[in-house]
Design a protein around this ligand. Structure first.
Ligand SMILES: *Cc1c(COP(=O)(O)O)cnc(C)c1O
Length: 367
């Protein structure tokens, strides 16, 4: 059998570069608690992401979970999408808030803003949309609706690292945008995350929440968690940031090759291409319509798997179908999301994926 192809493979810097970066840590013995690496990475990322304010966190999940806390929400409804990773919905529920699921757009798979307003009630406190696969939400319309109803907007920007809309950093939309720097993302700090925000008070609140609610040595005035990024992760982030542009360029080549093979094939819908958006090529979703293509998603998945190729049913099931939420939500209220989740596969995509492997993957799909 030919080599196995995994769905993703983490970007890592040259070993020597990382070793060089962590030498200072051995000299200072300062391994965590907002040390030198943490501060350096924060400054560099702020510039790279073109945002005004940012704070680093232990992971993307805590970025979302603590953002909702920092905004002061302890009850009410948050309008979100079920077509996402478990984290988005769990972050809402773990705060004692109720997720209200909005359906998705059939082309970008982001929140369908035409269905958003009808879900707003007097209990709604926030909107939590997801830039899923790096497809940017309809940020203008979401902002308009949020302003009109006096709601906060927290974006799950875990998939959208480094993207810009009309030259504007994607992290600058909404009240807060949350990034993930998990090992499997376009840019990683091993585990890590960040919040980008506008309001200074929010910055103070989230900083305290990530550090046990400690104000100073003698005053603890918040019931905080521990969600600090440590120095080893920050050092990895500093190294990976030097290479991220070239990694994204390599991903672009892979995506272009996929498109050469699959664009125009009847019954396969590929990732959306958005005007004015500088993409990061994070994922390459393909949606299979059995009636037209002849094979359904599961058949394609099995065929790829038989050939040693790992694709991922991402996102399936929807979060409103999870066992842990049994009986609480009805996925038939989000019919487009339900349909897409049964038809979608994300194809293998990472910077060092061989073009020859892309050819092989497409051959298996089309055969
Ligand atoms: C990865 C991811 C998260 C969570 O980020 P972690 O850094 O893994 O905690 C949240 N939302 C989405 C959409 C993600 O893909």
């Amino acid at each position: 059998m030919e080599n196995k192809i995994l769905v993703t493979r983490s970007s890592m810097p040259p070993f020597e570069e990382y070793v060089d970066e962590i030498k200072d840590i051995w000299e200072s013995h300062w391994m965590t608690n907002m040390g030198v690496k943490h501060c350096e990475l924060q400054a560099r990322l702020k510039e790279y992401l073109k945002v005004e304010n940012m704070d680093l966190l232990v992971n993307g999940h805590m970025a979302i979970e603590l953002s909702l806390q920092a905004l002061g929400f302890s009850e009410g409804e948050v309008i979100t999408t079920p077509f996402t990773f478990a984290s988005t919905t769990h972050a809402i529920v773990r705060n004692g808030l109720k997720p209200v699921f909005c359906d998705i757009d059939p082309v970008t798979y982001t929140m369908d803003v035409t269905k958003l307003e009808e879900l707003i009630t007097d209990k709604t406190v926030a909107i939590l949309p997801v830039h899923v696969y790096g497809h940017i939400c309809n940020v203008d319309e979401i902002e308009r609706i949020a302003k009109k109803h006096n709601l906060k907007v927290v974006y799950d920007a875990a998939h959208a690292f480094g993207e810009t809309v009309d030259g504007k950093g994607v992290g600058s939309f909404g009240d807060v945008s949350c990034f993930s720097f998990h090992a499997t993302k376009v840019y990683n700090t091993i585990e890590g995350g960040a919040v980008c925000f506008k309001d200074e008070q929010f910055g103070k609140d989230i900083y305290r929440l990530k550090n046990f609610g400690i104000k100073n040595e003698e005053v603890v005035d918040g019931v905080g968690a521990n969600a600090k990024m440590n120095e080893f992760c920050a050092a990895m982030g500093i190294c990976n940031l030097k290479h991220v542009d070239s990694e994204i360029q390599k991903r672009k080549k892979v995506v272009e090759r996929y498109r050469e093979h699959l664009e125009g094939v009847k019954g396969i819908q590929l990732a959306a291409v958005q005007d004015k958006v500088q993409p990061n090529y994070a994922y390459f979703p393909a949606v299979f319509d059995k009636d037209v293509f002849g094979k359904d998603r599961d058949e394609v998945f099995e065929k790829l798997s038989d050939n040693g190729i790992g694709a991922r049913k991402y996102f399936y099931p929807l979060t409103n179908e999870f066992d842990c939420y049994k009986g609480q939500f009805d996925a038939s209220n989000t019919p487009i999301a339900l349909k897409i989740s049964k038809q979608v596969l994300t194809l293998p995509l990472y910077a060092d994926l061989d073009i020859a492997d892309v050819d092989r993957i497409c051959k298996v799909i089309l055969e």
